[in-house]
Design a protein around this ligand. Structure first.
Ligand code: NI
Length: 227
């Protein structure tokens, strides 16, 4: 499932993030790529321990924790330390690759299985040309390029790439989520059920059917979730 999360960050948070990134110490992006990915990766990333990365990371993690759509879609169990990257100039793309299945958090070395990938756009589409995130799903490639502050969730299992930026710079924050529900298919079913129950309540208020379906939702979650 590929899901657009509108306005994960507010306008004010975007301004804070962009301010933090002015004069930030960009480094070669290949230091975090696996052997296959490193051969096709040509972008820049911020070191985990720099102040700018810390500011953006904090803004993004706080936003994730308060965002119901993201939480219900991803059902997070663990979140990998968010990273910040930049595409443009001599380092404009990241070719087709798959992300490593297991990553290690920067702060405590904890293992995180990369079930769900999240990209948070930090530059507006008008600021750069190219730089589309292309995600292969069952029905072919889907291109994603969203306004600053918006995010996209996509399965960690998918092959994906960032097309070359030919003007300006594309800034983004990205991270992985280990979900309580490992299977993308099961997560999608739970998400669709949850959305349908919410719409049912909006239309008819609390009713016996909504209570029964909420029970079904939680019983499926109990059956499929690892905590
Ligand atoms: Ni990737």
């Amino acid at each position: 499932m590929l899901l657009h999360i509108p306005e994960l960050l507010s306008g004010d948070e975007i301004r804070q993030a962009r301010q933090a990134l002015e004069g930030a110490p960009w480094a070669d992006g290949r230091d975090s790529a696996g052997p296959q990915a490193a051969t096709v990766k040509n972008n820049e990333q911020l070191p985990h321990d720099c102040a700018a990365a810390g500011t953006v990371r904090q803004l993004v993690l706080r936003a994730v924790e308060r965002h119901p759509l993201l939480l219900t879609a991803a059902l997070p169990r663990k979140i990998f330390t968010p990273r910040v990257n930049r595409y443009g100039g001599d380092t404009p793309f990241y070719g087709a690759h798959v992300d490593n299945a297991i990553r290690f958090r920067a702060d405590n070395g904890e293992r995180v299985r990369t079930d769900v990938s999240c990209t948070v756009f930090l530059a507006d589409p008008a600021e750069y040309d190219g730089g589309e995130l292309l995600v292969q799903d069952t029905y072919g490639a889907r291109g994603v390029k969203l306004p600053a502050g918006h995010a996209v969730l996509y399965p960690g299992t998918s092959i994906h790439e960032v097309t070359p930026v030919t003007r300006g710079h594309r800034l983004a924050c990205f991270f992985w989520i280990e979900s309580m529900v490992r299977s993308d298919e099961q997560r999608r079913l739970l998400f669709e059920l949850d959305m349908a129950i919410m719409k049912l309540r909006d239309r008819h208020g609390e009713c016996d059917e909504a209570v029964a379906l909420t029970g079904t939702y939680h019983n499926l979650l109990r059956m499929w979730a690892d905590t």
